[in-house]
Design a binder for this molecule. Sequence first.
Ligand code: UDP
Ligand code: MG
Length: 330
Amino acid sequence: MGRVLLSIVVPCFNEEDVLARFHDHVTAELARLDGDFELVYVDDGSRDGTLPLLQELAGRDPDRARYLSFSRNFGKEAAMLAGLRHAAGDAVVIMDADLQHPPELVHRMVALHAEGYDQVVARRTREGDRVTRTLTARIYYWAINRLVDVELVDGVGDFRLLSRRTVDAVLDLGEYNRFSKGLFSWVGFRTTTFSYENAVREQGRSKWTFGKLLNYGLDGLLSFNNKPLRAAVHLGLLLTVVALGYAAWIVGDALVNGVTTPGYVTLLVAVTALAGVQMVMAGLIGEYVGRIYYEVKRRPHYLLKETGGGANPADTRVTGESLWETVAPK
Ligand code: UDP
Ligand code: MG
């Protein structure tokens, strides 16, 4: 494989503390690459000095750095989507701005890509994480891989290299609810994984709260198929069979021994337990309906407020609501 144009997509949300350092680090690292590269920063509606900083970076190095800025915070998934849409490279690497994804590893990714891999995935170890988080992650991945069709691996995140055809395939998936981890796994192609040591976030703080993680987990569970619904049907059937068996036993017992025990406790437990199960099931159906609701609305994933830098003038237009459609991925 000859020289490739490599795009680095960087979602940024309130990253003013590390961004300049990130930029210097990455440009220095990539300068050693055999080939050109571009940095596509996506400002996900930051409320700090991230945007002015990006403007400055892109102004200083317009050939290699450009940025997109959202009208508000749309989330990392949306930021990655925007970055992938605008990336022009033959290969694209997605990286966090907080230097938790070591830029040194990009060389390794590019080398593996040159060997013919479409996806090169960096898998972080869980060194330095809180024990509780490591444990929850273990359990979650154990459970989820039994429930969804695509394979999800612990420690594997969005830090990866994607070949052009993989990027195009991911962009062809037009769903509104995007769970990239699963989407990347779903598109397939030749994939390889390597491990790297987890780096503790240097500055700023993680935007993940427990609630966000929980919802992210649920998203992963519900985004791929209707197995949870199927599981609900199975559970319902099981409960029905058990209840019928128990009823038969009670009737038989009453016929033989007469009515003796009142069974209030049994009744109460059965009623509350079933109410709980039913609520979960109703919620489950609601989740799917909610997803359909969002898909049907067909709202854009994000709105661009402004773009800048980049050699291609089409990308530097100040944009209204339609840019997300009109700028086609190259
Ligand atoms: N991020 C984003 N939008 C958000 C939250 C995060 O673009 O709403 C970016 C953030 O700037 C960073 C990356 O996504 O570059 C990962 O975020 P973070 O470090 O908070 O997550 P963690 O590393 O703890 O998983
Ligand atoms: Mg981080």
